[in-house]
Design a protein around this ligand. Structure first.
Ligand code: PEP
Ligand code: MN
Length: 259
């Protein structure tokens, strides 16, 4: 993957941290737009929202599906933010591309599955779009790199990764163990690769977002992807780990960036 360069986006400062923020899930048009407007007011330039949600067990909220894509388009038109969403199947990729999504991300349950990764890579053949690959749920660096390689071999060279921690059995401080040595080893092997930390999914609790974000910055990560919702306590997924755009702004302001 010798062609991998740090990700950059026109109009977005190359200074650390690159910030992506938005709700875990797109729920309603109003929730998406109200969150996006407040994030834009606070200077956020890349908006995330899950349209298709991979849930551990059936019966939970599995995302609004393609119905939510026009809401993301409205975010882009109204605020000028870039829009990002998660894709896991050929159909998701086709629908997201059709809706003008700017950045795709691959979820942790998908990057652990070579068949799914190959299907996504095949669908993206010949498309020029940045893709962020979350670490697989299990702490397997080779599987993480392999997921990236499938995309790279399909011609996706604007690649970055998201460190969202690794599953462990039982109750712990973290929802997903950071195991920082794994992304650090990834940086050693592919120094140019953009590495973004997801303190929301590592911590699983809003009070851990600030310390995890600071830790990621101190370890030299390039960016942060943080879940932000206009009314976190009423979120339809991951409510314990989302913060309002105002709280997000406060967290980002208090970060100390040491280069
Ligand atoms: C998400 O970003 O909302 C998500 C589902 O994340 P992960 O794949 O890290 O669980
Ligand atoms: Mn989430």
């Amino acid at each position: 993957m010798e062609d991998i360069k740090p990700l950059s986006f026109p109009g977005i400062s190359p200074k650390r941290p690159l910030v992506i923020a938005g709700p875990c899930s797109a729920e309603t048009e109003e929730q998406v737009l109200s969150t996006a407007r407040d994030l834009a007011k606070n200077g956020i330039q890349i908006f995330r929202a899950g349209i298709w949600k991979p849930r551990t067990r059936p019966g939970g909220f599995e995302g609004v599906g393609a119905e939510g894509l026009p809401w993301l388009q409205r975010v882009k038109e109204e605020t000028g933010m870039l829009i990002a969403t998660e894709v896991a199947t050929r159909q998701h990729v086709e629908e997201a591309l059709g809706a003008g999504v700017d950045i795709l991300w691959i979820g942790a349950r998908t990057s652990a599955n070579p068949f799914a990764m190959q299907e996504i890579a095949d669908t993206l053949q010949g498309v020029d779009i940045p893709v962020l690959v979350k670490n697989p749920v299990n702490p397997d660096l080779e599987l993480w790199i392999g997921a990236m390689q499938r995309l790279y071999n399909a011609g996706i060279h604007r690649l970055g990764v998201i460190h969202r921690g690794f599953s462990a059995y039982g109750k712990h401080l973290y929802r997903n163990m950071p195991q920082w040595h794994i992304p650090i080893e990834l940086r050693r092997r592919i120094p140019e690769l953009t590495i973004i930390c997801d303190p929301s999914h590592i911590g699983g609790k809003r009070e851990l977002i600030a310390p995890l974000s600071q830790q990621a910055m101190d370890l030299g990560f390039d960016g942060l992807i943080i879940e932000s919702h206009c009314d976190p306590d009423c979120a339809w997924s991951d409510k314990g780990q989302q913060v309002t755009p105002e709280v997000l702004n406060y967290i980002l302001k208090t970060l100390v960036i040491r280069d």
